[in-house]
Design a protein around this ligand. Sequence first.
Ligand code: HEC
Ligand code: HEC
Ligand code: HEC
Ligand code: HEC
Ligand code: HEC
Ligand code: HEC
Length: 263
Amino acid sequence: MKKRLVVLLAMVLILFCGLALAQEFGLKKKRPKPHEFGNVVIDNYSSKANKAPVVFKHWLHRSKYSCRLCHVDIGFAMTVGATNITDQDNQRGLFCGACHNGKIAFGQKNHPGDGNSGLNNCARCHSYGEKVDFKYDFYEFSKNMPRERFGNGIDWQKAEETNKIKVVDYLEGVSIEGLKMADPAELDLKPQEKTMPEIIFSHVKHSKWSGCELCHPEIFGVKKGGQPYSMEEIFAGKYCGVCHGPVAFPNINCQRCHTKLVY
Ligand code: HEC
Ligand code: HEC
Ligand code: HEC
Ligand code: HEC
Ligand code: HEC
Ligand code: HEC
């Protein structure tokens, strides 16, 4: 009973801090709508070439592929614009062109056989600020998905666990079949602040989407407890905040990380 009271008090404290932190870190700015959350606008070259900038939608692609496949095997950077994709790269089968080749997904030209005839394939990618006919509608897609309050409004973890989506982690000709590293023992991160409820972090669940390479060594190093980090840094887009904020459920969802892990 005493333990529950401590947890309750801590949750109240979190809510309290939440308001303060939210203000401090400018989180009161307009929240993206569910269909906009995780969308990335790429425009190193398009505007200059008189094309509309490219909109890449995480919600659609992450419902089919792991983060690891794109961000490790295909080599997309996790910073907007940093990959420096060109039209020529795509035509050579790199980056978007690894899949958008008319076989796995629609290519540049409108192939009559790919089931998309009628849609303008250039425009489906170069869509920023344009009125474009798409094949996929976010709200149609999310209708049958488990709910979540923030981000895309979809509980992606549950969607994966209940087989509402199947996350492919291998691309023929691009991925290398190697020894899969065993998941380390379930890691329950202990907060350094005495007043905080414990942090939930599951290696097993994270490796499903992110393998090992997406977090080690770049984001978290390789040493246990080697890097103490604070909520301020997470809000600033470091550590957990590399993903939680832009693509995975956002940091305003305090309770999803700040409770004890129950198994
Ligand atoms: C699968 C998505 C996709 C499709 C389909 C696509 N593009 Fe692109 N294209 C991109 C991306 C991503 C970039 C890089 C955007 C940037 O940084 O501005 C790009 C860049 C470009 C550029 C900028 C100049 C350069 O050399 O990179 C031009 C021009 C261009 N595309 C033309 C086209 C045309 C024409 C079509 C249709 C025949 C087309 N694209 C179809 C994704 C696509
Ligand atoms: C189909 C490929 C693909 C998949 C799957 C994918 N991403 Fe991305 N991601 C991209 C591309 C493309 C960019 C933009 C890169 C650029 O502009 O150079 C990006 C950008 C990002 C960014 C930077 C966005 C920002 O606004 O700062 C983050 C963070 C990210 N991805 C995380 C993830 C996570 C987490 C997952 C899995 C849940 C994931 N990605 C799945 C292709 C993918
Ligand atoms: C790992 C494979 C993969 C990569 C890499 C990838 N896509 Fe896709 N993408 C798909 C698949 C599969 C679909 C669904 C295609 C279909 O059903 O016709 C899709 C659909 C789309 C659509 C939906 C269009 C519509 O009408 O609703 C857009 C836009 C798109 N991709 C843009 C991009 C851009 C831009 C990039 C690169 C920055 C990219 N994709 C990289 C696999 C990929
Ligand atoms: C989403 C990010 C993420 C992914 C994916 C991930 N890790 Fe970790 N890993 C962490 C964090 C966070 C810690 C704790 C770091 C700290 O204490 O500073 C950690 C710690 C570790 C440690 C040291 C602690 C221990 O349990 O001995 C090992 C070893 C490790 N990870 C291996 C792996 C392996 C192997 C994989 C792939 C199966 C993997 N990690 C995937 C984030 C990740
Ligand atoms: C993605 C997971 C995640 C989310 C979401 C999250 N936190 Fe944290 N939080 C952490 C981690 C990890 C730490 C560092 C734990 C430690 O002390 O080692 C932390 C630490 C803290 C601390 C301790 C002091 C500090 O700055 O390190 C406070 C207070 C805190 N978080 C408040 C919040 C509040 C308020 C929210 C919601 C607005 C929130 N957190 C959302 C993961 C998260
Ligand atoms: C490489 C990207 C990445 C990093 C870094 C990362 N996460 Fe996650 N995390 C994800 C993705 C993707 C999911 C799936 C759910 C979603 O996308 O909203 C997830 C899910 C979770 C969940 C929900 C698991 C469940 O049981 O339902 C928790 C809790 C969580 N992360 C906490 C953390 C904490 C704490 C850290 C930092 C120590 C962290 N994450 C770092 C990508 C990441």
